[in-house]
Design a protein around this ligand. Structure first.
Ligand code: GUN
Length: 286
C-alpha cells in the first residue's frame, strides 16, 4: 500500500511561510507583492483555476488583480494590456491563463510578458534559462512536482528512471528537463508512443500529465514506483479524478499523489513563491 503524498499539506506549509513574509512587509508599511492574472473568455476549468489563484493570494495577504476579458478580445488589445502591466512598477507578476481563444496567437502573447514578471516561466527567455540550468522562474507545476519529490527524503533521483507521459509546454517538457537536471534518466512518452506500457513499467518515477481520466492502471506500474498524477479531470459521474486509477495503483506504488489535494495546490503555492521572488528582484533594483 503506497504512502499518499498530499501536496495540499506541503502547499499549506509553503503558504504559511509566505504569509509570514507578507505580514512582515505590512509591519514595515512596505509595498506588497502584486500578481495580475489575465483571463480571456470563460473556459470552465480556467475559471476555476484563476479563482483558486485569487483565493490563495487573499489567504496569504498578497495583492492580486484578476482581469477578466471577453472571448472576443483581440490580439492587439491583449498586447496593449500586457504592455501596461509590464510598465507598472507596482506589478511583480503577470500571468495570462491558458488556453487562449483560437484567434489569439499564444506564442506572441507569452513573448510579450516582461521576462522579469513572467511568474509562469513560459517566456522563451526563461525557458532557455531553465534549459541551461540557470536561475529563473520555473513553470509552476513542474516546480511543484520537484518540491514534492524533494520532500520524499528517502528518494535520490540520481540514476533513477523517470518516465513522463505527456509533452505539453506547461508540464511534460519542463518536468522532463528538471528531472534530467536532477540526474534522473528521463523518457518522454506521449499519445503516439508505441507500447507505452512496456516503458512506463520500467519507471522508478512516473509523471502523468495527459488529461485522460484514470488512464494509467495497475499494469502500467513497476512495483514500488513513485507515481505523480498531474491530471485534473471529471469522470462520468462528474467527480474530480486524475489521469491515474488511484484505487488500483495505490496497492502497487510506493508513493502516489491523489487528485484532488495532490499536485494542483502545489502549482498555486509555486506561483505565489515565484511572485514573491519577482518582488524581491524588483525591490532590489530600486
Ligand atoms: N493553464 C493550465 N495550467 C496553467 C498554468 O500553470 N499557467 C497558465 N498561465 N495557464 C495554465
Amino acid at each position: 500500500m503506497a504512502e499518499v503524498i498530499y501536496g495540499s499539506e506541503i502547499a499549506a506549509e509553503i503558504k504559511a511561510e509566505l504569509k509570514i513574509q507578507m505580514d512582515a512587509l505590512k509591519q514595515e508599511n512596505a509595498r506588497l507583492p502584486r500578481l495580475v492574472v489575465i483571463l480571456v473568455g470563460a473556459h470552465p476549468a480556467s475559471l476555476s483555476y484563476v479563482s483558486g489563484k485569487e483565493k490563495a493570494c487573499a489567504a496569504i495577504g498578497m495583492e492580486n488583480e484578476l482581469v477578466k476579458l471577453g472571448e472576443d478580445t483581440t490580439q492587439e488589445e491583449l498586447l496593449t494590456l500586457i504592455q501596461k502591466y509590464n510598465e507598472d512598477e507596482a506589478v511583480d507578476g503577470i500571468l495570462v491563463q491558458l488556453p487562449l481563444p483560437k484567434h489569439i496567437n499564444e506564442a506572441e502573447i507569452l513573448y510579450a510578458i516582461a521576462p522579469d514578471k513572467d511568474v509562469d516561466g513560459f517566456h522563451p527567455y526563461n525557458i532557455g534559462r531553465m534549459m541551461m540550468g540557470s536561475p529563473t522562474y520555473l513553470p509552476c507545476t513542474p516546480k511543484g512536482i520537484m518540491e514534492v519529490l524533494r520532500r520524499i527524503t528517502s528518494v535520490d533521483l540520481s540514476g533513477k528512471h523517470a518516465v513522463v507521459i505527456g509533452r505539453s509546454n506547461i508540464v511534460g517538457k519542463p518536468i522532463a528537463q528538471l528531472l534530467l537536471q536532477a540526474n534522473a534518466t528521463v523518457t518522454i512518452t506521449h499519445s503516439k508512443t508505441a507500447q507505452i506500457q512496456s516503458i512506463t513499467k520500467q519507471a522508478d518515477i512516473l509523471i502523468v500529465a495527459v488529461g485522460q481520466p484514470r488512464m494509467v492502471t495497475q499494469d502500467w506500474i513497476k512495483p514500488g514506483a513513485i507515481v505523480i498524477d498531474v491530471g485534473v479531470n471529471r469522470d462520468e459521474q462528474n467527480r474530480l479524478c486524475g489521469d491515474v486509477d488511484f484505487d488500483a495503483v495505490k496497492d502497487k506504488a510506493a508513493y502516489i499523489t491523489p487528485v484532488p489535494k495532490g499536485i494542483g495546490p502545489m502549482t498555486i503555492a509555486m506561483l505565489l513563491k515565484n511572485t514573491y521572488d519577482a518582488y524581491l528582484v524588483h525591490r532590489k533594483r530600486k
